[in-house]
Design a protein around this ligand. Structure first.
Ligand code: NAP
Length: 281
């Protein structure tokens, strides 16, 4: 029988650890603070920002939010980032993506001081990660590593397959599994015979933005399956599913993450860890 990995519980453990560390910093008169910038009215972004602010409250990290109108110019946003870079009381800066189309996301992400880049999107931090000397860890992939480690699943030497190669999830996921001495294969939309590759995985991480795409015939017996995808199920009010057909795949796995309650809560927990690290930096 498979074990369902409880991401909510593990995320709470991590947030509790962060809270303890934050209290220690407070005793030294250091008050970790995160600036969160959101531009426009995207409903999903507003929910993500609300959840991040809530996690800050739970861990004792101060959050300062900047809710800017959709017609904010790139220059105005760059000025705000520059002001926050210089503000010694702000340790982390997070710009919620996506930005409105008239703003070049790359320009904004490049403008954030790498020491305050708690999302780990700045090319400097991506570079440090790829040479194995990370300053910050990217939230979602680092959350996956914690789910594995805290569930007692070893990575070293295992055949790890990552499906998806986005800059936010797939690529850093492969880098982190490699750093943990996994034998890593990265798949994408041009991979031939995908099912044959995924079937050989001892650890399979899926991040492809395709609801229930990974089916039982694509999974090997006893595999650990980590589902990063999040989708609203069409025709339901609030029901969610992942990139993996959970019901079909469950019996074949040794461990599996559910959606919701798997990887999702981990991303924010890891963000809190990065804020703590930024304050220490
Ligand atoms: P993305 O930027 O859309 O990238 C999708 C990746 O999947 C691409 O690399 C693409 O390949 C690959 N792909 C698409 N169709 C494929 C197919 N048929 N076979 C093999 N590979 C295929 O997505 P993302 O930002 O990485 O996000 C992935 C999923 O994770 C989404 O559902 C997103 O909502 C979710 N997500 C969750 C969290 C969380 O906190 N839990 C955080 C971030 C994202 P190409 O490169 O060849 O196009």
């Amino acid at each position: 029988m498979s074990t369902i990995i409880d991401g909510k519980k593990i995320a709470q453990e991590i947030k509790d650890e962060v809270k303890t560390e934050v209290l220690k910093l407070n005793d030294q008169n250091l008050f970790p603070a995160l600036a969160v910038i959101i531009v426009g009215d995207d409903a999903a972004s507003k929910i993500y920002v609300r959840d991040k602010k809530r996690a800050c409250e739970n861990t004792g990290i101060k959050s300062v939010s900047y809710e800017l109108p959709a017609d904010t110019t790139e220059n105005e946003l760059l000025h705000l980032v520059s002001r926050l870079n210089a503000d010694y009381k702000i340790h982390g800066i997070l710009v919620q993506l996506p930005l409105p189309q008239h703003i070049n996301e790359d320009n904004i992400l490049l403008a954030i001081d790498p020491k305050k880049d708690v999302d780990c999107f700045h090319p400097y931090n991506v570079g440090l990660l790829s040479v194995g000397k990370p300053q910050f860890l990217p939230g979602t992939p680092a959350g996956v590593i914690q789910l594995l480690k805290r569930s007692g699943i070893s990575i070293a030497g295992k055949n790890c397959v990552v499906v998806g190669r986005s800059n936010i999830v797939g690529k850093p996921m492969s880098a982190l599994l490699l750093a943990e001495n996994g034998t890593v294969t990265t798949c994408h939309s041009k991979t031939r015979n995908l099912g044959e590759v995924t079937k050989k995985a001892e650890i399979l991480v899926v991040a492809i933005r395709m609801p229930k795409f990974i089916t039982a015939d694509m999974v090997g017996e006893g595999a650990v399956v980590i589902d990063v995808g999040i989708h609203k199920i069409a025709g339901t009010k609030n029901k969610l599913c992942g990139d993996v057909d959970f019901d079909g795949v469950y019996e074949k796995t040794s461990y599996i993450t559910p959606v919701p309650g798997g990887v999702g809560p981990m991303t924010i927990a890891m963000l809190m860890q990065n804020c703590l690290k930024a304050a220490k930096l």
